[in-house]
Structure formats: C-alpha cells, structure tokens
Design a protein around this ligand. Structure first.
Ligand SMILES: *Cc1c(COP(=O)(O)O)cnc(C)c1O
Length: 393
C-alpha cells in the first residue's frame, strides 16, 4: 500500500495532452468565469455541465487538490475547505440536523471539541464526550438520536491511537457514522476510509502541505454521505483560495517521502529520549513497545508511527521553560507537520483552555513537551535534544 501512496503523490495531472501543455499546474485566480449562453450558464450552475462559473462553488485548483486527496484516501468524493476546522464544520453541517446526538472523543483537538460540543449545542445538537479507547463506553453513550462518532486517528499530545476498524464496526451496528480526524497521521500513515470510516477530515495545514505557509482542510468520503456536501460548502462559505490549494498540491508531491523520513526520525528520537537523558520522566510514542496502543498502531499504520513525539520533564513548567530556552535551535510553535523539527508546550498552547486538574487527568503535565520531528538528519535532531536536555537538567 505504501508503494501506491509513493506513486500517487508526485504524479502530475493526467489531463488530455496538448502540445505545449505546462507540466506544473497553473493558478486560476479568477473569481468568476464567462458563460457563452444563458442555457449554458443555467446548466453549469445546476451542475448538469462540468465547468466553473463562480469561485465559491468550485475552481480548478481546489478540484485538482481534492482529486489528489480523493485518490490518496481511496475515497469516492473529496472536498477542500479554507481550514481544517472548515472541513470538520462541513462534516457537521452536511450530516446532522437539530435534535441529533454526537459522541466525541475526550481527547479531541480543542477547537474540534468547541465546535462539536459548544457550537453544536447552539444549533440544537447534543454531545457526549467519551473516552473512545473504550468501546463499551461508546456503546453505552449511543442513543436512538446518535448520528456520528468523532475520533482522531492519533491524538494530541499523548498520541493515543484509535482502533478504527473496531470503531467502524460498532458505529455501523448502530447505524451511526464514524468521522475520523486524520490530521496527525496523514494518508501516508493511515487511510481511515480503508478501515471502514464514513468520513475523513484532515487539516492540510499540517503535514499534507508541510511548509507552514497554508491554512487548508479536506473532507473525504463516499457517495452515500456526499449528498449535502457541495451545497453546504459553498453556502456556508468555506471555499479555499486557489493559491493556497496550489501551494498544498505542491507540498503534497513530497508527502510520502517526508512522512517516511520524519517517521523514521521520530522513532530514532523516541528511542533516544526513552534512554532517559536529563530530567525526562516519560516518553510517549506509538512506535515504542511500552506505548499503550503500540500493537494497534503496528497493525493499523503499515509500519510507520508518525512524526510527533511527546515527553514529560520532571520539574513542571519551570523545567519546560528552561528546556525550551536551551533548545532555541528548535522553534517553539504550536503547530506540527513542518519540514523542520519544531516543539510545542501543550499546557500553555493547545490545552491552555483546560484546568490544571483536567490536563492532569488527560496525562498532560506542565512539564510536557511535544516535538514535531522534521526531515533533517536524525543525528542533528538528537544532538540538539541531548545538549538542551543536559543544559536544562
Ligand atoms: C490543526 C488541527 C485541526 C484544525 O485545522 P486548521 O487547519 O488549523 O483549521 C483540526 N484537528 C486537528 C487534529 C488538528 O491538529
């Protein structure tokens, strides 16, 4: 399977070849397209003719990127949105109505929790927040109104892995949709639709683009769940900009290569950190045999475990601040999936909205650091970490 992804990423668009056709795709910035006749305009707007009229309804750069994503995820349909949150909002709006009930993982990305619990409540939906590592807890939360279960393939920052085939089976037994946020894994590591999920959401802002210069999202799934997607996407105004789509399509060409390298580097880094240098207390990486989801990850992920590695320093917030200062060669920025190694501090960034107690309950300490391992040489990354850990001891 990895070979198929390797081949899909760099392939150029297979349009009918004209002499002088550019190899690199052009950027179509026009916000509107010319129609030849009123009949043609009506047919184009009704979707009866292929082609473009108004950019919010669709444009070639979004379609090109969507088609790549569709192929990478073995999906029948895919759509691009202006952010990862836009893609999750599109999933919510296109699949649910007032009165529906959602089951959401207790380890979701903070904004996703806000969307699927707080924002959803303002639209007349109810939500149960459940530890989705326990299938029995999900089954207990299912009601006759439950419409979807939302989980992340790999969670942030402790990198718990969802058992996607078991979740899909449970969801379908109860006529519920399984929606998977695959942002931390990406299609080179995991393809949730192949494991039975109904919809996959990704923030293309992260490893799919890989260069930290784009904000984009993707929703992919089958024909059966697609009925309301195109209208909701244009009507709620989540359309992505052509230049962003063009940049992400360019980043995507090297996705398989980057994922392989950053995953291999992350494994080396995790193994180094697991030797306990400096004040390290615990290391979380699904590729390490002591991770609670190691066996599941090994089965589900074609031998790669992703580019994120998390560790906790004894000494709490002070130890974290000292390490971050000592490791100034690794940029501190609250995102991930960038070509170069970056780090983040969940307690002051992604999880600052939670109380200290709520963070502790999730296993996030004030001394917890999350690395997003890049594609440099693993020797250099480990050297910087070793020096910084020794200085911050
Ligand atoms: C970043 C992220 C999002 C949101 O994506 P944006 O592109 O920032 O809107 C959603 N889910 C997860 C798991 C993320 O990491």
């Amino acid at each position: 399977m990895a070979k198929r992804i390797d081949d899909l990423c760099p392939r150029p668009q297979l349009a009918p070849l004209l002499p002088g056709e550019p190899l690199a795709p052009p950027i179509h910035l026009s916000s509107v397209y010319r129609c030849q006749t009123p009949e043609q305009a009506a047919a184009l707007l009704a979707g009866e003719l292929p082609g473009y009229v108004y950019r919010r309804d669709g444009h070639p750069n979004a379609d090109f990127l969507a088609d790549k994503c569709r192929q990478l995820h073995s999906a029948q349909r895919a759509a691009i949105t202006a952010s990862g949150m836009g893609a999750l909002a599109l999933a919510l709006v296109s699949q649910t109505t007032a009165g529906d009930h959602l089951i959401v993982s207790s380890r979701l990305y903070g904004r996703s929790h806000l969307l699927l619990v707080d924002e959803a409540a303002t639209r007349g939906l109810t939500s149960s927040v459940v530890d989705t590592s326990h299938l029995a807890a999900i089954e207990e939360a299912i009601t006759p109104h439950t419409r979807m279960i939302v989980v992340e393939t790999i969670t942030n920052p402790l990198l718990r892995v969802a058992n996607l085939s078991a979740l899909a089976e449970l969801a379908h037994e109860h006529d519920v949709l399984l929606v998977v946020d695959n942002s931390l894994a990406g299609p080179a590591i995991c393809r949730p639709l192949e494991l039975g999920a109904d919809l996959v959401v990704e923030s293309l802002t992260k490893s799919m683009n890989g260069h930290s210069d784009v904000l984009l999202g993707m929703l992919a799934g089958g024909d059966l769940v697609w009925k309301r997607v195109p209208q909701a996407l244009s009507t709620w105004g989540w359309t992505a900009a052509p230049f962003d789509c063009w940049l992400a399509a360019r980043g995507l060409e090297t996705l398989a290569l980057r994922s392989e390298r950053s995953s291999a580097n992350a494994l080396s880094v995790a193994r180094f950190l697991a030797t306990g240098p400096g004040a390290i207390e615990v290391v979380h990486y699904p590729g390490l045999p002591n991770h609670p989801d190691h066996d599941l990850a090994a089965r589900q992920f074609d031998g790669h475990f992703g580019s994120l590695v998390t560790f906790t320093l004894s000494g709490g917030a002070d130890a974290a601040a000292e390490f971050i200062a000592a490791a100034s060669r690794i940029p501190f920025c609250p995102s991930f999936g960038e070509n170069s190694t970056t780090l983040s501090h969940p307690a002051s960034t992604s999880h600052r909205g939670l109380s200290h107690e709520a963070r502790q309950a999730l296993g996030i300490d004030d001394g917890t650091i999350r690395l997003s391992v890049g594609i440099e040489s693993s020797e250099t990354i480990i050297e910087i970490l070793a020096e910084s850990l020794a200085r911050s001891r």
